[in-house]
Design a protein around this ligand. Structure first.
Ligand code: MN
Length: 335
């Protein structure tokens, strides 16, 4: 089970934003295997409506989302599928949701529901960032509880102006006025994305920890919409990387965020009784999955084909019975 147009209920009572999401999703569901330079075009007006509607939903969420089991309906078993960097790999996203949910379903017989956490880096690098982000926004509008999204370091205009997304939008709108409008409105929407999620005992974030972050409440206090400025908690948690060889807790870098070592992770877990693991994305790791510091921190990377010849990526699944496991996705011919 994945977010699907057939599951949209009460189509007569939809808001304008939901109607727009239905239109966009219907069209995208009909194009799940795009060639490199093929595009699914939507008028700027429609993109704007979609962005306005999803912004409203993100505004009601918080910078730090907390999901606890007791909030769940006890009759429904939830499997959480955690997805790392996607980087415009739209066809592969479809393969991921279809293959992974098929696999998860075959293991779970009872009444269940699959939910998704996307860890950011939706745009740049790949050739279909635009279709991918519109697909995620349409899903979010129609299935807000089933699809959770946080912000990656590429969901920042200063970055995605240079790493592919801006050029892609220019090309798809033939450098017209609609191009700058679409690019601007999507980047404005990015400023409303939450920054981290606590799911049961797991802290989900795009990059990692920050020396400025002693308590997750500090993330709670960050008010969206948010500009990401250097030397802030928000910058660090979007950019940080774990370093297995680091003896200090943190070391700054000049090109990315801080590196954090086992000491930093232990300190963070000690300060947060409710958290026992950190799941992050942000680095292209072999096979799409890597454990750090005795599984206290995990990297998930979900964009097969990100590097030439790299066919494998992974997602991390948190099954309803609390079993946690990576699932690998192999794509035969990444475009
Ligand atoms: Mn990243």
């Amino acid at each position: 089970m994945y977010p699907c147009i057939n599951d949209v209920k009460n189509t007569d009572n939809l808001s304008d934003g939901q109607k727009c999401a239905v239109k966009i999703l219907k069209k995208l569901e009909g194009h799940t295997n795009l060639r490199s330079f093929q595009c699914v075009a939507f008028p700027a007006e429609q993109v704007k409506k979609l962005c306005d509607s999803v912004t409203e939903i993100f505004s009601q969420e918080q910078s730090l989302l907390r999901l606890k089991r007791e909030h769940d309906d006890p009759n429904v078993k939830l499997n959480w599928i955690i997805v790392g960097d996607l980087h415009g790999r739209y066809n592969e996203l479809w393969k991921i949701v279809r293959n992974v949910t098929r696999h998860v379903n075959s293991k779970v017989q009872e009444k269940y529901e699959n939910r998704f956490i996307f860890l950011g880096d939706y745009v740049d690098r790949g050739s279909h960032s635009l279709e991918l982000i519109l697909l995620l926004f349409a899903w979010k509008i129609l299935f807000p509880h089933m699809v959770l999204m946080i912000r990656g370091n590429h969901e920042v205009m200063k970055i995605n102006y240079f790493y592919g997304f801006y050029q892609e939008v220019l090309r798809k709108y033939r450098k017209g006025r609609q191009a700058t409008e679409v690019y601007r409105v999507i980047n404005e929407t990015f400023c409303y994305l939450p920054l981290a999620i606590i799911l049961n005992n797991i802290f989900c974030v795009h990059g990692g920890l920050s020396p400025l972050l002693s308590n997750v409440e500090q993330i709670d206090q960050l008010k969206i919409p948010l500009k990401i400025l250097e030397n802030t908690i928000e910058y660090d948690i979007l950019w940080a990387d774990p370093d297995p060889y680091l003896t200090a807790a943190y070391v700054p870098t000049t090109t990315r965020g801080p590196k954090f070592g086992e000491k930093a992770v232990e300190e963070f877990l000690k300060n947060h009784d409710e958290i026992d693991q950190i799941i992050r994305a942000h680095q292209c790791v072999t096979m799409g999955y890597l454990e750090h510091f005795d599984k206290k921190c995990i990297t998930v990377f979900s964009a097969p084909g990100y590097k030439t010849g790299q066919r494998c990526a992974a997602v991390y699944v948190l099954y309803h019975d609390d079993k946690r496991q990576p699932l690998y996705i192999t794509v035969k011919d990444p475009e």
